[in-house]
Design a protein around this ligand. Structure first.
Ligand code: PFF
Length: 496
């Protein structure tokens, strides 16, 4: 055993051997744990799984909507800057402390910055728990629309159907909402149960290529529509006179959500990286793919909207909100306006479901890995315990729009009725920004320079990477941007 290279060892092979020679029980345990930890089978596996976490409802649902509300062009440019200046450095920070410690959020933050920082990890685990409880409900809607669009494809499109009524009928049906979210939760639990390489990575390897394929098909179809030119101009021609300061903060906030940052998901995924894999390269790939997909989704949706007379006005008038774009306007438009819509309609909801599933998996993994690493549970037990506990709250979220007394009326924040809106308000405004701030401060200010440098500059990094620049952004730019969000929230701004 001595002299043999361990599969993976967080403190280097020489250290590993010295520790084994000394043979103190905790070190043996540590060495044992690091050997048995499940890892991504390759860099591609890591990039696909982490990109799967990042690409989700945030890209397909939230980004197009906030781009619309913030008048396109200039907002998109600001968003791209935020992704590069805030998102990318924090992505590297999260992955690096995961890889270094080979522990999930709580343990990784404790190792990086000191025992007290475990609290920020715990905050992240709680955020993952709460976010998953209502994210599953929206994901469940994609299953409903998939079934509906398939039935239209094989039957016929119900002429005269009011799309808004269809949506309202489904969200107000308690059995349907419970059934859909139960199905989605069960699928999520089923994947996480099998672990990192056999569950999460396998699913990502199959689903992500399908997701990219569907999106490219849709993009081609959308670019052929009459409104595509106008859509591209709207998205890519900046007009700074329309940009408000709060739009900038909305862009920062969204860059956290879309990249799955601020709650330990990327720390957890980073803890399954082996020494041979580069944190910097993986971060660059994940961030680039997530951004491209968000832009593709926006081009597709806006091409449809600009091609249909009267649609733009309806969206502007607020008749079609964030939910409406994806679940009210699009299903009908697919069938009536989009070339090959009868095929693309169901495929689009497959896309939404797959994107959502690879995100819910990562959220459940944050909580499950906490139970495994910090509470000593086995993977199977940890998955079931966390999955079932979260589902109890999903029941609350699923019943939020059904008119059921208490479930639909509970109001903690003014104007936010039901667990769904309450949780969304709390996670988006408070939990993600505070978690993100904590992580940047822990890595930028409390982790030693030597430690972070040795993780990022280890011979695997690409030529464009400059450690000093990264450190500057993590220490100053990212915390300042997140602090600004928190200040605005304190002053009453709502980013949910
Ligand atoms: N990034 C996901 C999206 O854009 O929908 C949401 C998300 C997933 C946030 C996982 C955080 C997370 F840990």
């Amino acid at each position: 055993m001595l002299g043999e290279e361990p599969l993976w060892c967080p403190f280097g092979v020489e250290q590993y051997n010295i520790r084994l020679t000394q043979g103190t029980p905790p070190n043996r345990l540590e060495a044992h744990m690091s050997q048995t930890r499940d890892h991504w089978s390759s860099n591609t596996g890591l990039v696909l799984a982490a990109t799967g976490s990042a690409i989700g409802l945030g890209n397909l649902w939230k980004f197009p909507y906030i781009t619309w509300v913030n008048d396109g062009g200039a907002f998109v440019l600001v968003y791209l800057i935020c992704i590069a200046a805030v998102g990318l450095p924090i992505m590297m920070a999260e992955l690096l402390i995961g890889r270094r410690s080979q522990k999930s959020a709580v343990g990784a933050l404790k190792d990086a910055a000191g025992p007290a920082w475990g609290l920020i990890g715990g905050w992240g685990v709680t955020a993952g728990f709460i976010l998953l409880s209502y994210y599953t409900v929206i994901a469940g809607w994609s299953l409903f629309y998939f079934a509906k669009t398939v039935s239209w494809t094989f039957g016929s499109f119900p002429e005269g159907m009011v799309a808004g009524d269809l949506f309202n009928d489904q969200v107000s049906s308690a059995p349907l909402q419970l059934g859909l979210s139960l199905a989605f939760s069960a699928a999520t639990i089923g994947v996480v149960y099998f672990g990192v390489s056999k569950g999460i990575e396998r699913v990502a390897r199959v689903f992500l290529p399908i997701l990219f394929g569907i999106l490219i098909l849709m993009l081609i179809s959308a670019l052929g529509m009459s409104g595509s030119g106008e859509a591209l101009t709207f998205i890519f021609r900046p007009n700074f006179t329309e940009l408000e300061p709060s739009s900038v903060l909305e862009a920062v906030g969204h860059s956290f959500f879309t990249l799955s940052l601020g709650m330990g998901a990327m720390i957890t995924y980073g803890s399954y990286i082996s020494r041979k894999q580069s944190v910097v390269k993986a971060s660059g790939a994940i961030v680039a793919l997530d951004t491209i997909i968000a832009l593709f989704a926006t081009i597709i949706m806006f091409s449809v909207i600009f091609s249909v007379t009267g649609m733009q006005q309806q969206v502007d008038a607020g008749e079609v909100g964030a939910v409406g774009m994806l679940f009210v306007a699009l299903p009908e438009l697919f069938y009536t306006q989009v070339p090959f819509g009868v095929v693309l309609g169901p495929l689009f909801y497959v896309l939404v479901a797959l994107a959502a599933l690879t995100s819910t998996i990562s959220l459940l993994e944050v909580v499950t890995s906490y139970l495994i690493d910090e509470r000593g549970l086995g993977r199977h037990k940890a998955t079931i315990v966390s999955g079932v506990a979260i589902f109890v709250f999903t029941i609350f979220a699923a019943l939020s729009f059904t008119g059921t007394p208490f479930f639909s009326t509970l109001e903690v924040f003014q104007g936010k009725a039901g667990w769904f809106s309450t949780a969304d308000h709390f996670v988006s405004n408070w939990m993600l920004p505070i978690g993100g701030l904590g992580i940047t401060i822990a890595v930028g200010w409390f982790m030693t320079r030597k430690a972070s440098e040795s993780e990022l500059v280890d011979g695997t990094e690409p030529k464009w990477f400059n450690y000093g620049v990264w450190r500057f952004f993590v220490r100053f730019i990212a915390p300042a941007a997140v602090l600004a969000i928190i200040l605005f929230v304190i002053l009453g701004r709502d980013f949910s």
